[in-house]
Write a protein that binds this ligand. Structure first.
Ligand code: HEC
Ligand code: HEC
Length: 321
């Protein structure tokens, strides 16, 4: 990562001075994303694999009742996330904020754009086969994550198949489909269809969804005209307030779990569901493309990026000042 340096940004470092809440300044660097991504050694990408992954991502054939696709909750019109507080899966009708009647999923759907970089640190190091996924960091790569929604009763499985049955069912459906036989052969060299290949193709597609050349990235790489004065003031205010203690690195996330003051969504509490994350902690979300993915927080209860909403969930920041 090209870090924002004193030469380029005297303002930022000056502002960083007194307000920084951590003793380790290098962990608070923000900067540009690398323009290329690292792929896991056992899942190199190809145009054919990405095409297969895209087809699978959009196809409800992966769900028990064939009524939910990955794209239902990660739709490009909604920043590859969705504009509803907590997701609704099986049995739902409509998309995003218009979706009704589906099984309640515990959390707000995060965008899958740039998940290729999950786990990246301030030196741009990350291991794509051992990184973190989900609000509680429970999955360890895009490949590892990809089959979870298919197995999840609320998200895609429904109650027609058990967790042990669903992947065999999906594989047999794909095997009975001539188009998929062709797509798997093009992607993997032979027509074998199995869980591992489904996950690999979905992950390869997700790794193709990157946005690493935003105005901020160009600014951090040295193009001072890439941000407006107002945006530079915002960046400095962000650092001055200590946001980068956690929203750090090129993804504006330390990928660590923190306890804020974000309660379980009342919709869930009313349905008798509790969501305590990991001992009350949730992962720092990336702030990339955040303007496109309202509402916010793991419980989806904050509707805007306005100061008051952000402050409510980060009240410890006011205490610190
Ligand atoms: C019913 C809505 C829904 C469906 C369908 C769905 N997801 Fe998700 N997705 C979510 C929610 C909600 C989360 C956050 C869950 C959590 O943190 O426990 C999530 C998290 C993720 C993440 C983690 C992102 C990160 O930065 O940690 C990835 C990747 C992902 N989904 C990909 C997929 C893929 C691939 C499919 C299809 C096989 C899929 N999703 C189907 C709602 C959905
Ligand atoms: C101590 C670490 C920490 C600091 C400091 C911090 N945040 Fe956060 N931030 C988090 C965590 C953790 C979450 C998710 C909390 C949850 O949903 O339970 C979050 C969520 C957010 C979200 C919601 C993003 C989304 O996609 O849902 C925004 C926006 C945000 N923070 C902005 C800021 C700003 C602006 C500052 C500085 C004023 C700041 N944060 C300081 C840890 C931090």
């Amino acid at each position: 990562m090209k870090k924002l340096s004193a030469v380029m940004l005297p303002l930022i470092l000056a502002a960083c001075g007194g307000a920084s809440p951590s003793d380790d300044p290098t962990s608070e660097q923000v900067g540009s994303l690398p323009l290329t991504i690292i792929e896991p050694a056992n899942n190199p990408s190809s145009a054919e694999k990405v095409a297969l992954g895209k087809q699978l991502f959009w196809d409800p054939i992966l769900s028990g009742n064939q009524d939910v696709a990955c794209a239902t909750c990660h739709h490009p019109d909604n920043g590859y996330a969705e504009h509803i507080d907590v997701s609704m899966g099986v049995g739902g009708v409509g998309l995003s904020e218009a979706r009704i009647s589906g099984a309640l999923v515990k959390r707000n759907s995060p965008t899958i754009v740039n998940t290729a970089y999950n786990g990246i640190d301030e030196n741009s190091n990350y291991d794509p086969s051992a990184t973190v996924m989900f609000w509680d960091n429970r999955a360890t790569s895009l490949e590892d994550q990809a089959l979870d929604p298919i197995r999840s009763k609320e998200e895609m499985r429904g109650d027609q198949f058990t967790e042990a049955e669903i992947l065999d069912e999906v594989v047999s459906r794909l095997n009975a489909n001539g188009d998929y036989m062709t797509l798997f052969t093009e992607a993997f060299g032979d027509s074998t269809i199995n869980d591992e290949r489904i996950a690999q193709a979905l992950a390869a597609f997700e790794r193709s969804l990157i946005s690493a050349n935003s105005p901020f990235d160009r600014y951090a790489r040295g193009d001072e005209s890439a941000l407006t004065q107002q945006q530079v003031r915002g960046l400095n205010a962000f650092i001055d307030a200590g946001c980068n203690a956690c929203h750090s690195g090129p993804m504006f996330s330390d990928y660590a779990l923190h306890q804020l003051t974000v309660e379980t969504n009342p919709k869930l509490t009313n349905a008798g569901i509790d969501d305590n994350g990991v001992d009350g902690k949730f992962r720092t979300p990336s702030l990339r493309n955040v303007a496109l993915t309202a509402p916010y927080m793991h419980n989806g209860t904050e509707r805007t990026l306005h100061g008051e909403d952000t402050k409510r969930c980060h009240c410890f920041l006011q205490r610190r000042r």
